[in-house]
Design a protein around this ligand. Sequence first.
Ligand code: 5GP
Ligand code: ZN
Length: 116
Amino acid sequence: MTDADCIFCKIVAGEIPSTKVLETDRVLAFRDLYPKAPTHVLVIPKDHYANVAELAAADPALAGEVLRATSEVAAAEGVADSGWRLFANTGSDGGQDVFHVHFHVAGGKPLGRMLS
Ligand code: 5GP
Ligand code: ZN
């Protein structure tokens, strides 16, 4: 399942370069091109789903694999003990720019409060 106009599908296909930090049969994690923290990694299912709701409804097992990979990335990045943030911007008000579901793994510095 791919979307021809989706930049993350192109990253999965190797048509756009990325710095990969973890890869399984169905999941890919790569560094955010414009990192907002010392650790800023995006974790995605290789199949194209627009957002968390679509992924969770269509393939809950895959959603679980993606979620597990986020923790593995945090451990590999060395932020598991110091703490990190997991978030998925969703839709217009949520600030989603890329409509291939992705979880941000951010850490490596105090991140402060998100909504205040
Ligand atoms: P969103 O705002 O949709 O939650 O996050 C999209 C993220 O993708 C942003 O943090 C942005 O920096 C990142 N991004 C956009 N284009 C690319 C790209 O071509 N490669 C990589 N590695 N990250 C990208
Ligand atoms: Zn896609």
